[in-house]
Design a protein around this ligand. Structure first.
Ligand code: ADP
Ligand code: F6P
Length: 325
C-alpha cells in the first residue's frame, strides 16, 4: 500500500485518557513505519499541535508501552483549538512539520476538532478512545473493557465490606452523560439497583422499594450503582439510611476507572483501530471515524458518525432488574 501524497503523518491523544490509548499509538507508529511513513508523535492533544510539540517516533519509541495505562503522548483539553484562530494555527504548524495526515485518538469532542482540521485541509482520521463507550457510531470505544474490569474489582471489594456490616453500598461510576459503564457493571457485579441517565427513575419506586424488597427476601446487604450523570450518591446514602434504617455508605469511584494496564480486548481493538486509521490515510481517505460495527472494525464519515446516537439497550436494564431478585 503506497500513496505518494502521504509521507508524514501525526498522531495525538485528546480529551480524557483511556487504557489502550498506548496500544493505538503503537499501532499507528508501527503500521505507519511498516508502510514507510514518517510518524510524528504530538504531545498534549491539540495544544501540542498548536505549539509544535512533536517529534518523530519509530518502532522502538513505542516499545514497552502496550501494557501501560494512560497515554505516553499525554492528553489535554484545549480551549484555543475551539476557535477559528486556534485551528488555523494548528494547520500552519502541521504545514511547517510537513504533516500530510493525522490520527486523533479521543472522544466526540476530539472528533469535532478532527472535522475542523479536515475542513481546513489536513486529512484527519478519528479513533474512539474513551472509557465511556458513548460514541454513537461505534459499538466499542478503546478503554471501556479495562474500565469495566476496574469497576468490577472495586465493587467486589465494596461488596465484601457491605456484606460484613449488612449495609447498603451506593457506588457512583463514571460515564459522563451515558450509563453504559453503570449498566454493565450492575450486571457483572449483581447490583440490586442501577440508575442510568437514559432512564427516568424515582427514589421511592426504583431505589427504596427494591432495597426493602430484597431485604424482605432475605438479602443482608445491597449494592446500588449510580451513573455519574445522575450523581448525588452521598445524599442518596443518607436518605436510604433515614428511610430504611439500613446503614448506608457512598463511594465515588472517580479516576481510578481511567487508569491501569489495558485488558486484552482493549489492546487488540486499539491495535486494529490504529492500523485501520493508517490504512485509511494511505487509501486517500479523510474525515472518517474508525469504528466497530457488527463486531467488525470499519469506518464512517465524521459528520454522519457525530450525528449518530447510541441507545442503552432496554433489555440490559430489564435484565439487571430481573437478576436482582
Ligand atoms: P473528548 O474528546 O473526550 O470528548 P472533550 O469534549 O473535552 O473530550 O474534547 C477534547 C478537545 O477537543 C477539546 O479540549 C477541544 O480542544 C477539542 N474540541 C472539542 N469540541 C470542539 C469543537 N466543537 N471544535 C473544535 N475542537 C473541539
Ligand atoms: O470521558 C471520560 C471521563 O472520565 C468521564 O467519564 C468523566 O465525566 C470525565 O471524563 C472526567 O473528566 P476529568 O478527568 O476532566 O475530570
Amino acid at each position: 500500500m503506497e500513496n505518494r501524497n502521504i509521507r508524514t503523518i501525526g498522531v495525538l491523544t485528546s480529551g480524557g485518557d483511556a487504557p489502550g490509548m498506548n496500544a493505538a499509538i503503537r499501532a499507528v507508529v508501527r503500521v505507519g513505519n511498516y508502510y514507510r511513513l514518517k510518524v510524528m508523535g504530538i504531545r498534549r492533544g491539540y495544544n501540542g499541535l498548536i505549539n509544535g510539540e512533536m517529534s518523530e517516533m519509530g518502532p522502538r519509541s513505542v516499545s514497552e508501552t502496550l501494557q501501560k495505562g494512560g497515554t505516553i503522548l499525554q492528553t489535554a483539553r484545549c480551549l484555543e483549538f475551539k476557535t477559528e484562530e486556534g485551528v488555523k494555527k494548528a494547520i500552519e504548524i502541521s504545514r511547517v512539520f510537513g504533516l500530510d495526515g493525522l490520527v486523533v485518538i479521543g472522544g466526540d469532542g476530539s472528533f469535532k476538532g478532527a472535522r475542523e482540521l479536515c475542513k481546513h485541509g489536513l486529512p484527519t482520521i478519528a479513533l474512539p478512545g474513551t472509557i465511556d463507550n458513548d460514541i454513537g457510531c461505534s459499538e466499542y470505544t478503546v478503554g471501556y473493557d479495562t474500565c469495566l474490569n476496574t469497576v468490577k474489582d472495586a465493587v467486589d471489594k465494596i461488596r465484601d465490606t457491605a456484606q460484613s456490616h449488612e449495609r447498603c453500598s451506593i457506588i457512583e461510576v463514571m460515564g459522563r452523560a451515558a450509563g453504559y459503564i453503570a449498566i454493565q457493571a450492575a450486571i457483572a457485579c449483581g447490583a440490586e439497583v442501577v440508575l442510568v441517565p437514559e432512564h427516568k427513575w424515582s427514589f421511592d419506586e426504583d431505589v427504596l422499594r427494591p432495597i426493602l424488597e430484597s431485604k424482605a427476601r432475605g438479602k443482608k446487604h445491597s449494592i446500588v450503582i449510580v451513573a455519574e450523570g445522575i450523581g448525588g450518591v452521598i445524599e442518596m446514602a443518607k436518605e436510604i439510611e433515614e428511610k430504611t434504617g439500613i446503614e448506608s455508605r457512598a463511594t465515588i469511584l472517580g479516576h481510578v476507572q481511567r487508569g491501569g494496564s489495558p485488558t486484552v480486548r482493549d489492546r487488540v481493538i486499539a491495535s486494529e483501530m490504529g492500523g485501520k486509521a493508517v490504512e485509511l490515510l494511505l487509501e486517500g481517505k479523510q474525515n472518517r471515524i474508525v469504528c466497530m460495527r457488527d463486531h467488525i472494525i470499519t469506518d464512517v464519515d465524521i459528520e454522519e458518525g457525530l450525528a449518530m446516537t447510541k441507545t442503552l439497550p432496554q433489555a440490559l436494564v430489564d435484565l439487571a432488574k430481573k437478576l436482582s431478585i
